[in-house]
Design a protein around this ligand. Structure first.
Ligand SMILES: Cc1cc2nc3c(=O)[nH]c(=O)nc-3n(C[C@H](O)[C@H](O)[C@H](O)COP(=O)(O)O)c2cc1C
Length: 194
């Protein structure tokens, strides 16, 4: 399986989602699921805001095509997706702007939009300072539902969240969140091996 490993956190070595994506990819490698891993760090090498590329031979057009092709070639995408201001990072949004492309990853058919990128497994490391699962704060979560929507739009339904939430609510809550996230990673691997 070709694995695409993406990090989008701006917090470098302090980042929780980076720690989790590394653990997920490490597990996929240990389990022999990953035959190749390509890595993109969207904070270290950010993509600029999307603009049209009228010249297909321009550096920008070639870079955008490479970003799209790297995604198309992946069987498994491991995505670090922290919550910043209730949604995804701007780095991740710029990447999505290269990946949702009419005629390549979706098209409008007679029955409306059709996803063309199905068959991929996407594992998302979701880190957030507060807690949004269940309860009234779920209405403020424009991160996980948004990712489900955009990935679903291009045909991806095999989406799993490895969630560390409440990481800004004190040391105890942070440790509990990390423990829960690592337990989920262990279950992912078990499920794959079963
Ligand atoms: C710019 C910024 C905005 C944030 N906004 C939110 C937010 O809206 N809700 C929340 O629960 N946590 C928020 N946080 C906390 C992060 O979700 C938390 O630190 C998480 O660990 C970030 O993932 P990372 O460590 O991989 O960067 C924010 C953090 C930063 C740096």
């Amino acid at each position: 399986m070709n694995v695409l490993h993406l990090d989008t956190s701006a917090l470098g070595t302090y980042s929780i989602s980076r720690q989790l994506t590394a653990a997920i990819v490490g597990q996929l490698q240990r389990d022999g699921v990953a035959s190749s891993v390509s890595y993109r760090d969207l904070a270290a090498e950010p993509l600029p805001h999307w603009l049209p590329n009228p010249d297909p031979a321009s550096d920008n057009a070639l870079r955008d095509e490479a970003v799209l092709q790297q995604f198309v070639d992946a069987d498994i995408v491991v995505l670090g997706a922290p919550m910043y201001n209730f949604t995804i990072t701007t780095q991740l949004k710029s990447w999505l702007d290269r990946v949702l492309v009419a005629g390549r990853t979706f098209r409008y058919g007679p029955n409306g939009p059709e996803g063309l990128a199905g068959g991929k497994r996407v594992i998302i490391a979701s880190s957030r300072g507060g807690k949004y699962s269940g309860g009234p704060a779920a209405a403020m979560d424009f991160q996980e539902p948004y990712l489900r929507t955009v990935l679903g739009f291009i045909g991806i339904t095999d989406i799993e969240f490895v969630r560390a939430e409440g990481v800004a609510m004190g040391d105890e809550a942070k440790q509990a969140a990390l423990q829960a996230a690592h337990a989920t990673i262990g279950e992912l691997a078990l499920r794959k091996a079963a």
